[in-house]
Design a protein around this ligand. Structure first.
Ligand SMILES: Cc1cc2nc3c(=O)[nH]c(=O)nc-3n(C[C@H](O)[C@H](O)[C@H](O)COP(=O)(O)OP(=O)(O)OC[C@H]3O[C@@H](n4cnc5c(N)ncnc54)[C@H](O)[C@@H]3O)c2cc1C
Length: 377
């Protein structure tokens, strides 16, 4: 059944969808995409909520941003973008502050009115009251950078919720720099291009995969049907690298997310698309309000959709954020080495295949590189 395909791709996220589009349209070859979920788009998938008709991102708010001209040009063949401009706010003790920490955050938090050139001296005084010559962990390192009060308010509780670990148990090196600004800049990204696809993310994937050379098989786990492919089949794989070898050396560590959707009867619930919650006793990390992602659309004025995001240790089924660290790096390298030796017909990539936190533009860049170097050759 599968012999008529030149390439088999595992996963219908950006990594495999971009490669499939290139093989089908540039090389005019046939590809089969196997996807275990019941939809295309991977974690970028968006859909319309039935009750409000508001489009939302099922796996968390996705903002497209890049300074890579080629990636941007490539995507413009499949979508236009609106003029959405991302900013993030955080609630601490019921009060809203700007994130990353900037001059507005510092001034509101301390109820002062510093000028940009006064910030260094002010923080220096704060840090002098508690600092560490040789910071041993994330907490000590963060205190060395912004001082105890800002750390306790904005970093400590959020980090505990996000990573499920006390910052004292996390290594110091993961925050060599904390993103904070001594001016009023509230832009979350500084890339040249930024926006939300005008017709949503899923429509991009519909277009990427529109060729008659592409066949899609949803609701199918590659590992269940793997033995139906001959050993020479060219396979491009964007699933998790440890599952490819049946976790024989153990599973890589990930955090996962879960979401609770709710319709509330306000035109506008929180005034922005993403609100972080810094206090540890609030169980969710963020509330998304997707209405704000499309200010150009005509959405209902009597209700809005809100989505609470919770973070937890991942099971093998739903990995989101790689936890990284030395132990996981060594494990990943072990899997990669063995796959290179025993599965020479596989190309492994994407966020799960590479075990890396990638933004969308990184994955599209990787897919275009893999296509031109390793596939078209
Ligand atoms: C909460 C969250 C927010 C994010 N926000 C942003 C953002 O604002 N901006 C940004 O640029 N990036 C963001 N990202 C990153 C973005 O989601 C990724 O860069 C992108 O989805 C990676 O694409 P991919 O193809 O590598 O992986 P995925 O999108 O995960 O696609 C992999 C696909 O493979 C399928 N699969 C896995 N194993 C198998 C198997 N055995 N058989 C069949 N199918 C399989 C999966 O079901 C999945 O659909 C965010 C990520 C998360 C988790």
């Amino acid at each position: 059944m599968y012999k008529s395909f030149d390439y088999v791709l595992v996963g219908a996220g950006f990594f495999c969808s971009v490669i499939a589009e290139r093989i089908a349209n540039d090389m005019n070859k046939k590809v089969l995409i196997i996807e275990k979920r019941n939809h295309i788009g991977g974690n970028c998938y968006s859909e319309i909520d039935n009750k409000t008709r508001i489009e939302y991102h099922k796996y968390g708010t996705h903002i497209f941003h890049t300074s890579d001209k080629e990636v941007w040009g490539y995507l413009l063949k499949f979508t236009s973008f609106n003029s959405y401009y991302h900013q993030v706010l955080t609630v601490y003790n019921g009060q809203v502050y700007q994130m990353p920490i900037n001059l507005e955050t510092i001034n509101s938090f301390y109820k002062i009115n510093l000028k940009p050139y006064e910030v260094d001296a002010f923080l220096k005084k704060e840090i002098e009251t508690e600092s560490y010559d040789e910071p041993k962990n994330f907490e000590e390192q963060a205190i060395n950078i912004i001082g105890r009060p800002l750390y306790d308010a904005f970093i400590k509780g959020y980090t505990k919720k996000q990573w499920g670990r006390d910052p004292k148990e996390l290594p110091a090196h993961i925050i060599k720099r904390l993103p904070f600004r001594k001016n009023y800049s509230e832009s979350y990204f500084f890339d040249t291009y930024q926006g939300i696809p005008t017709d949503g993310y899923t429509e991009i994937f519909n277009k990427l995969l529109a060729s008659k050379n592409i066949m899609l098989k949803l609701d199918t786990d590659f590992h269940q049907i793997r033995d139906q492919f001959s050993s020479g089949t060219k396979i491009i794989y964007s699933g998790s690298i440890d599952s490819l070898l049946d976790y024989k050396y153990g599973a890589l560590d990930y955090r996962t997310l879960s979401f609770e959707k709710e319709v509330v009867e306000y035109e506008d619930y929180q005034g922005t698309s993403v609100m972080n919650y810094a206090n540890q006793d609030i169980p969710y990390t963020r509330i998304h309000e997707p209405k704000h992602l499309h200010p150009e659309r005509d959405y209902p004025s009597d209700k809005t959709l809100i989505i609470k995001e919770f973070s937890a240790e991942a099971n093998r089924e739903d990995p989101y954020y790689p936890i990284g660290g030395e132990k996981n790096r060594l494990l990943y390298n072990k899997y990669l080495k063995e796959i290179k030796k025993t599965c020479p017909n596989f190309i492994v990539g994407g966020r799960l295949g590479d075990y890396k936190y990638y933004d969308m533009h990184h994955v599209i860049r990787e897919a275009l590189n893999v296509y031109s170097k390793d596939i078209r050759g």
